[in-house]
Design a protein around this ligand. Sequence first.
Ligand code: 13P
Length: 339
Amino acid sequence: MDPQSGLDSMKATAIALVATGKGILAADESLPTIGKRFAPLGIESNPENRRAYRELLFETRGLGEFISGAILFDETIHQTDAAGVSLSEALTRQGIIVGIKVDQGTVAFPGFEGEKLSEGLDGLRERLATYRGLGARFAKWRTVTQIDDCLPSSISIAQNARTLALYAALCQEAGLVPIVEPEVLMDGKHSLARCEEVTSAVINAVIAALLEHRVALEATLLKTGMVLPGEGCSDKPGVEAVAQATIRCLERVVPPALPGVVFLSGGQSEVDATTRLNAIAKLGGGAAWRLTFSYGRALQDSALQTWRGSAENVAAAQKVFLHRARSNSLAMQGVYTHE
Ligand code: 13P
């Protein structure tokens, strides 16, 4: 593929991922994380249960109307549905673009207590080529930033930004759209203003690193949290204050070349994640980039609780899952109401 047609095709993919009325399903829970989601419901985390659960999600009829792309975990992209169709093919049949999580989780940052680095650069070039062969057209890499009185350190911000940029450059070399996800965690007691300050600094560092690494911003998506106070903060701002802080932060630091910004839900309730997205979309309607969701928990929580690992609950779980997808589709257009 010549470089220009490769870039044009990645740009088209990035734009399709943030199409009007659509957002991304994050179904890329690692083995420890899916285990944590299954355990309270008494569902054993084994390959067959994980396969059945992802089949339930991906084969929900009509999902392609609201979901542009789905992010898979390595195990899932190799699995097939009950009829022997690969789960990535099942998504493609619904018009949903296949994505893949390629970071391999976080480890302690030596010398910086409480901070984390994301692993997975070793062998990444080969893994990306394999995933592209398996149908993936975009990828995701997540870093985490913890806020407290002394954190984050400038070194952890810089190091995570560089890692994201190198990952993004490797993705584009392989013809995959990189989603760069520098997640600022909600854990802690910090204020809304402090989250805005840290989120701005983190995104600013990531954008600078992407440019230094010659990553084409027009074929890249940013995945971020909304600007929210820490879970333990006693001051609970209203939805308008959250939307204003989030849009102000993004408008200051995200260049117009980027086609879209997608939000993680990060532990918000399903309804909060939808209501806040709706307010953000209303306020950010005139921004240069598209805004939409890339939720894991806020799309799946009710569906998983309805399924509970039992085949007889599949239809009911798919119904509540489609309802959340539709609600967030309306919210990304700023036209969601409780009714
Ligand atoms: P949550 O929406 O559950 O935060 O997951 C999104 C995600 O992809 C985190 O990496």
